[in-house]
Design a protein. Structure first.
Length: 337
């Protein structure tokens, strides 16, 4: 069998005050476009740091293309390109110098043709000779992406590459990353933009409080959710009868998850009877955001929906009891300390 692009086995990471990862086992196959999702503090960046050999697991193992990240660090590192979440750069070098220096770390001396291609694909050509400190935040992020790709790694991990990035660059970036994926590169992506993940990722793992709470194809995760999502702005109180349908509340904006069109009618009737005024009504299919909220909000995760035949909504019992995390975890989703 081909080695997995990334395989982690029971990875635990404890900090003095927190257990950031509590037994994470994942296998990302070569050629996948894989999403790693979860609320703030779930452990995504910690897991990526361990895979990249930047942090050491308290226990458990991680391999990149079969190379153990601790025992076989150099080979594992060479197989991997990581776009970090934090903007770290040396302000004194130009964009091109930064990319040449990074090439040098991998012993690549004549890499300019590929560097030019990266600059072009990330719309950075005009900034090639600009000092890093003079770039805007979004442009620095593009350089981080280029830096991660400078040695043409077969496995590419992007930790929130589109945070704070404008629409145009997102599209440019995704076009390029998709192309790399078509050419055989494995992509692992974390993002808080769930529509991005839904569109791009073939499979998705959701982390919560250091555990995998769902791991399945995007299609199966979405199929586990029937019904429609109805959202509106509400003036007045939400009728008690609808409280159980609440999917999300953001100020006066309310989203309900309903079983189908008939429930939309009865919900509207309940609102009318209660004298509640609504506007800006939207009705659409349940989407990845609903899956995410259901799995990561404490209230909902106490009662996971029963998996339907042929679907593994939650990790199978084979994955080291991770499914228990859904019920056992009573802690808040956890902001980074
Ligand atoms: N160096 C560190 N020392 C102590 N605790 C840490 C350290 N790094 C991370 N943590 C803690 O580990 C947990 C997981 O953090 P991590 O950064 O992996 O989350 P994340 O899923 O990437 O979140 P976000 O979506 O905000 O980026 C958090 O509780 C965080 O406070
Ligand atoms: Mg993070």
């Amino acid at each position: 069998m081909n080695p997995a692009a990334i395989e982690t086995t029971n990875v635990v990471k404890r900090y003095p005050r927190t257990t950031a990862l509590n037994g994470v086992s994942l296998r990302v196959e070569q050629g996948e476009f894989f999403g790693l999702l979860g609320p703030n503090g779930a452990g995504k960046t910690t897991l990526i740091s361990i895979v990249a050999g930047l942090a050491r697991a308290t226990s458990g193992t991680a391999c990149v293309l079969g190379h153990d990240v601790a025992a076989d660090y150099r080979a594992a590192r060479r197989a991997l390109g990581v776009v970090p979440q934090e903007l770290v750069f040396d302000p004194f070098f130009t964009v091109r110098e930064t990319l040449r220096i990074q090439s040098g770390y991998f012993g690549l001396r004549h890499n300019d043709a590929w560097i030019d291609e990266l600059l072009e694909n990330l719309a950075l050509t005009a900034k090639a000779d600009t000092n890093m400190r003079a770039l805007s935040g979004g442009m620095k992020r593009r350089v981080l992406v280029a830096q991660a790709l400078v040695h043409r790694p077969p496995v590419i991990v992007l930790d929130e590459p589109t945070a704070g990035v404008d629409v145009e660059l997102r599209q440019t970036l995704w076009r390029f990353i998709r192309r790399l994926n078509r050419e055989g590169h494995t992509i692992v992506l974390t993002t808080h933009y769930l529509e991005e993940a839904q569109e791009l990722c073939g499979r998705i793992a959701m982390l919560k409080a250091g555990r995998v709470v769902a791991l399945d194809s995007t299609r199966a995760l979405l199929a586990g959710l029937e019904g429609v999502r109805m959202s509106f702005r509400l003036t007045g109180e939400l009728p008690v009868a609808l409280a159980g349908k609440l999917a999300e509340r953001d100020g006066v904006r309310i989203a309900l998850r309903l079983s189908g069109a008939e429930e939309v009618e009865s919900a509207l009737a309940a609102l009318r009877v209660a004298g509640a005024k609504i506007d800006d009504l939207e009705v659409g299919h349940a989407d990845l955001e609903d899956v995410f909220l259901q799995l990561t909000s404490d209230r909902r995760s106490l009662e996971p929906p029963p998996p339907r035949a042929g679907e593994s909504f939650l990790p199978s019992p084979a994955s080291a009891g991770e499914g228990q995390g859904v019920r056992a975890s009573g802690s808040p989703t956890g902001q980074p300390a």
